[in-house]
Design a protein around this ligand. Structure first.
Ligand SMILES: [Zn+2]
Length: 427
């Protein structure tokens, strides 16, 4: 017929009976602002017109093609054939792809989706559709056989048509980014269910309790994560709540000062708060032990940036020196030696306390000693900024020479970190 698309369309409907919609879907990415029904019907009309012109020009052989297309594609072909042949032919055969059931399927699921939406307090939705396998396979057979390129999946159109009908009839809004609920339709199992997407927040964590883990789920009551899951998830009607720190912090350390950024994920909340303050209130249920200050709500793909940004951690360490050794040293001299650590590159082998489960290798890093204060005999308070990769306890103790230099080695006395606080992080 002189056009690649028309030729393809003729070949398709010569071989397969198709409704307007299913024919249109095979050319879905051509022409905009059209429904697939309009696309399919337009193609059929154009082809019928072309055939008509040939028959008028005396090419009688086209009557056979017209008859075949009346049977497979109905509509414009059928009317034309009846008129030209005076022969009564049966109507179009059932659509090979959808079995003429497309609209019924849409109707069926519009009602089910609406019923689910009404049972929750939601305004926006997104429809997820599993492959309607039979229709998809039938369509794929045609796509492969005629090497079609501009088609779309059946489920894409089903999602779109169901969504449009739910919006116009029931007033809910379809939303691609961050909907209140995703309604998942599985046509094979005939199941429709609501899935509530996680809400993720970046927050500033301060941890006042020592021996409190941040993100160990299993430690009932002894991790912030378990406290949140047990006591806060009910407020959101969520499955559970998880928390991820941007740096590994040992449970024995407090996190004070400017705190540490964490991501807090509320899994499948059926109840959503539109304001951050309510979320914050719900999360802060044990103010003696920790606090969470929400910075912003984020998308999952942005969480990764959180940990990557942190390069150094600010620690305050209370160091106890071996009393026999430190007794004869002047406080100023000890302080000066500790400050001197700032100009060294520290080589640190995997701490001996971790060798049973961690690979032994040497990492290198630096610390910047910010403040040294003699607290009492043998006790010093040291504030330092450490590269994130260094283990701070061993930077103090030296770990039998495995970390070198260390606070212990520069002072020349055995040193133990008594208390460690995280004061903040540098990015
Ligand atoms: Zn169809």
């Amino acid at each position: 017929m002189g056009s690649g698309i028309l030729d393809q369309a003729v070949e398709v409907i010569k071989n397969y009976p198709l409704c307007d919609r299913c024919l249109g879907r095979l050319f879905a990415s051509l022409g905009t602002g059209l429904t697939n029904v309009e696309r399919g019907l337009s193609l059929k009309i154009l082809i019928a017109m072309h055939i008509h012109s040939r028959i008028v020009a005396g090419e009688d052989a086209y009557m056979d093609l017209l008859k075949q297309l009346s049977i497979n594609a109905g509509g414009p072909f059928l009317k034309l054939y009846r008129k030209l042949s005076n022969e009564e032919v049966p109507g179009r055969l059932t659509c090979y792809i959808c079995g003429d059931r497309f609209s019924d399927v849409v109707e069926e699921y519009v009602e089910k989706v609406a019923k689910i939406l009404r049972s929750y307090d939601v305004e926006t939705f997104l429809i997820g559709f599993r492959d309607p396998v039979e229709m998809e396979e039938a369509q794929q057979e045609i796509v492969d056989r005629f090497r079609l390129e501009h088609w779309e999946k059946v489920k894409e159109e089903l999602k779109r048509e169901i969504g449009k009908a739910v919006m116009s009839r029931y007033g809910y809004r379809a939303k691609y980014e961050d909907p209140d609920v995703v309604v998942e339709i599985d046509p094979v199992r005939d199941e429709v269910r609501a899935v509530f997407p996680s809400e993720i927040y970046v927050a500033r964590l301060r941890k006042y309790a020592r021996d409190l883990h941040i993100d160990s789920k299993a430690l009932y009551g002894n991790s912030i994560e378990s406290v949140l899951s047990e006591k806060a998830s009910g407020v959101f009607e969520a499955e559970y709540i998880s928390i991820k720190p941007s740096a590994r912090i040992y449970p024995g350390y407090r996190v004070i000062g400017s705190g540490l950024s964490v991501s807090v994920e509320i899994h499948s909340p059926k109840r959503r708060f539109r304001d951050v303050k309510s979320v914050e209130d719900a999360l802060n249920i044990d103010p003696e032990r920790y606090s969470l200050e929400i910075i912003s709500r984020v998308r999952r793909r942005n969480i990764g940036e959180l940990g990557g940004y942190i390069r150094r951690i600010v620690y305050r360490v209370l160091v106890h020196f071996d009393s026999e050794c430190i007794r004869d040293k002047a406080v100023e001299d000890v302080a000066e030696k500790i400050y001197g650590l700032s100009s060294e590159v520290i080589a640190q082998r995997t701490p001996s306390r971790m060798l049973r489960w961690k690979y032994d290798y040497t990492r290198y890093g630096r610390v910047k000693v910010v403040d040294v204060l003699g607290v009492s005999r043998g006790l010093f308070e040291v504030v330092l900024v450490s590269d994130k990769n260094l283990y701070i306890e061993e930077v103090v103790s030296g770990d039998y020479g495995r970390t070198d230099p260390s606070v212990s080695s520069v002072v020349g006395c055995g040193a133990t970190p008594v208390k460690i606080d995280v004061l903040g992080a540098e990015h």
